[in-house]
Design a protein around this ligand. Sequence first.
Ligand code: NAD
Length: 510
Amino acid sequence: MGPSQTHSAGALRIGVVGAGTMGRGIVQLFVQAGHTLLCFDEKPDAAVQGLTAVFSTLESLVAKGRLTSDALQSIRSRTSVCASLADLAGCDVVVEAIIEDIAVKRDLFSRLEDVVAEGCVLATNTSSLIVAEIASACRRPERVAGLHFFNPVPLMKVAEVIAAVRTAPSTVVFLRAMVEGAGHKAVVVADQPGFLVNHAGRGLYTEGLRIVEECVACPSDVDDVLRDGLGFRMGPFELLDLTGLDVSSKVMTSIYEQFQEEPRFRPSSLVPPRVAAGLYGRKTGEGWYRYEKGQKVGPARKSAASLSSGPSVWIDPDAPESDALAEIVQKSGAKRRLQASGSDVCFIQPIGEDATFAALRLGIDPTRCVAVDPITPLDRRRTMMLTVTTAPAVRDAAHALLASDEVPVTIIGDSIGFIAQRVIATIVNIAANIAQRAIADVEDLEAAVRIGLGYPFGPLHWGDRIGAPRILQILNGQLRSTGDPRYRPSPWIARRAALGVSLLTAEAPR
Ligand code: NAD
């Protein structure tokens, strides 16, 4: 009988091996859910210290009135330290959270199999190893799966259940029920590099770095646009500084290599010299930003000149947000002209095209042309892009005008697509490919990104909000202009854009 049939409803006996950062969180999550927890660590006293830390967290919850003393007493009675691996013999499931080393994990799993009963499920919390490689150390790989939590486990309310090649469906069902019973969202993922969350999260970093590499914008401008304009909690460079570039750099390289050098995941050459120089981020006091007493020291901002005499402005009538732009122009007191010739500033709003080529296509003088991103909501932050020859006086007049109602403005150099367009199109494209390859189903993909990465929307839903044809236009524009296959659009997007259906539309049942 498979584990799911035996134990799906009642309290389980759960073993946790490794009492470090993740093991402690896993113990807390499941003991609070009513299960019995046994914790083993090879280091003497580590399990005792781990459980002491868990109880101290729970005591603070009691002090805040979020847990009763009775509940804490019950939790204490259901938690114990194991002196040896053999003490895990009676477990229904064992979750491993030890050092990220394939040889050490394989050795542990083969020893565990000698200890536990036939029906016991074995799960690994690995973040980067191939689950099948761990499972193949066991005689019964069908009972082995990945169970990937995020730090801090009790607060990051999603876990990936990784179905390796030989994992039995009943093992997946069992782990999914166990996770959801503890109040977390369980998402089922194929045994592919980065699993789901770390795979879907690549786009923010790779395209952010590419934008800086091309000198389109500096790191703080990229972060500002994505945070204020699009609603990311942090921009890619703030996130890299938080995680540490030493750690992130290894993840970027490992995912690229594990995907057989897929160009979409190609790491940036900007990173290794910064790692070599020790610019890791917060932990070394300097990364993409400098930190003083733990606080980010931001770069000085260029403030807008005040709006002199009121420039005359022409707005491309076919610009996607021409009405909203017209309103800003009108409120600023600038004169609006209906002919481009003779006006001081010409506003255009290209998608997936740079300002220089858009100006030439529209027959506008590039020295008078300023492009404004139509994708970033104009009431949150405005991004203006210059052609190669935009005159400084035109730049300053456009800046003053766009900043006249106090909405912040970011000025970037010419780029095939604005910051927001490029990053969102990359994120949607990677997500579409995850769906196309059935690494996870659409619902799990959307939930994992919202909960695991904290994005305001699931990636495919986000693509729908912008419009699949526009996402396609951005990607095709980048592909055409650069010839770089990292921008090739996923067929998932192309087909749904052609059919006029949502990007959330799953494949037809076969
Ligand atoms: P950690 O270093 O904080 O803790 C690991 C613990 O495992 C230590 O207490 C160590 O003594 C013990 N250990 C090592 N080898 C052992 C063995 N053979 N038998 C028993 N105990 C052993 O590590 P962590 O950050 O908790 O990470 C654990 C696992 O979770 C790794 O696979 C890691 O990749 C993964 N992970 C970590 C995070 C994170 O943010 N830290 C997130 C997701 C997944």
